[in-house]
Design a protein around this ligand. Structure first.
Ligand SMILES: C[S@@+](CC[C@H](N)C(=O)[O-])C[C@H]1O[C@@H](n2cnc3c(N)ncnc32)[C@H](O)[C@@H]1O
Length: 419
């Protein structure tokens, strides 16, 4: 089958996980930059990647790439793309985009040039002067980086973090894509409980159950490209059948989800049910500061309040200190993966993490503090502050910054993590 180029976009810090998911589906990674992974595949990739990528935000087809330092170049490059292959005479084709480190900076002007160029192209192909744009919506996105324009066709529609099970969310919910990433990084196993003691809407526990039952994250939702006429219906039918056949409900995996707020407990229960995962998650009300030793191997995966969006920073810091005291009473081999924007977390908690990985929760820079060795053997935090220049030598935080702060990295560069 003919090869096409795709881009899977993601939150900063999740590129490696998205790349691994693309590998697992059998498509070929081409290049990774901040927030996106380019890859090659045949037409089946459109349906299968939307269906299976747990950590990506959207899947795009790359329709064309060219240098664009002037509006004329942007117009000519856009007009040269065979849009008629993707857009019917009555289809709607809105566009939006971003420009980073490039000479073309005005997004509204770029949008209007891209629209004009597409209209010119399609007018000559379809022999009409006016487009009704009242049939299928084909959303176009441009991405201009270092004066290179990439014109893409959105195949997802609603972003992929919208799985369809979370109709309502608690305050400060975690995106499903980031929750899935946290779970994957925690390496969930059948004989180890994944416990989120700050569960809010239950996202982490639900994503862990979806992963452990091999349930495709997109199985309960629809995608914009299901309506694209040039994609054979069979492509989507096959992908849906593959997803349905892959589900394995025969697992002993258990997640626990608890929260101090009874409304969150009810919300998590409703969401787990909607996701079809209620049999794999025990959901209950509990103050995380009274976590008990459940006598079973357990991995805590959570994002407690940061104080940025919920409560005050002071309260969050108090909570982290108390959490350190509570968890120190637990018997090994418990592990913990905790996401927070608090840079002083390790000092407050009282123990240095084995690894801290920089991740972005939307626009909030966070760290995933990973405790996977000697979790119960809690020693006082004697080290330097986490962000001291010489903190932790090789184990120190990586200093990857998103666009605008640092040049993009090449695909082999290790980034964004303490090791
Ligand atoms: C940032 S939210 C978690 C959001 C969740 N990951 C989601 O996707 O909806 C933090 C949660 O911690 C809960 N919380 C705050 N203090 C708590 C405590 N001491 N024990 C248990 N839960 C607590 C809040 O009720 C809130 O639901």
């Amino acid at each position: 089958m003919e090869k096409m180029k795709f881009a899977a976009t993601c939150l900063f810090g999740l590129e490696r996980l998205v790349g691994e998911e693309i590998d697992a589906l059998g498509y070929k990674r081409l290049e990774t930059i901040d927030g996106r992974v380019y890859f090659e595949g045949d037409i089946t990739a459109i349906a299968r990647c939307n269906m299976w990528l747990r950590c990506a935000e959207r899947v795009f087809i790359v329709a064309g790439e060219f240098e664009a330092t002037t509006f004329t170049e942007l117009f000519d490059g856009t007009k040269a793309i065979p849009w008629e292959n993707y857009i019917g005479e009555n289809d709607a084709f809105p566009n939006s985009g971003h420009s980073i480190k490039s000479q073309l900076v005005s997004i509204p002007d770029c949008q209007s040039i891209v629209k004009k160029a597409m209209v010119e192209r399609l007018k000559s192909v379809y022999g009409v002067d006016w487009f009704e744009e009242n049939e299928t919506k084909v959303r176009i996105e441009f991405f201009i980086l270092n004066d290179k324009a990439t014109l893409m066709i959105d195949t997802s529609g609603e972003p992929l973090f919208k799985r369809g099970y979370r109709e309502k969310a608690a305050e400060a919910p975690l995106r499903e894509t980031l929750a899935a990433a946290l779970v994957k990084l925690s390496r969930p196993r059948e004989n180890v409980i994944t416990w989120d003691p700050f569960c809010g809407s239950g996202t982490i526990a639900i994503e862990s159950a979806l992963i452990m039952t091999n349930t495709a994250p997109g199985i309960r939702r629809r995608f914009s490209s299901e309506h694209y006429r040039w994609i054979p219906k069979k492509v989507w039918q096959d992908a849906r059948k593959e997803a349905a056949d892959a589900v394995n409900l025969d697992t002993t995996f258990k997640a626990w989800a608890s929260d101090i707020d009874p409304e969150c407990v009810q919300l998590a229960k409703d969401n787990a049910k909607r996701a079809g995962m209620e049999n794999y998650i025990k959901i209950f009300q509990k103050d995380a500061l009274s976590i008990f030793d459940n006598g079973e191997r357990t991995t805590i995966v959570c994002n407690p309040p940061y104080g940025e969006r919920l409560g005050s920073i002071r309260e969050a810091r108090e909570l982290y200190k108390k959490l350190g005291k509570t968890l120190s009473t637990l018997v090994p081999p418990w592990q913990m993966y905790l996401l927070t924007s608090e840079e002083e977390f390790e000092r407050l908690y009282g123990k240095r993490a084995n690894k801290a990985r920089k991740l972005y929760n939307g626009m909030i820079k966070c760290y995933l503090y990973q405790y996977f060795k000697d979790f119960g053997d809690k020693k006082p935090f004697e080290g330097k502050k986490p962000h001291d220049k010489d903190f932790g030598d090789k184990k120190s935080h990586g200093d990857r910054k998103p666009f605008g702060e640092k040049k993009h990295f090449n695909k082999d560069e290790k980034r964004g993590e303490k090791k």
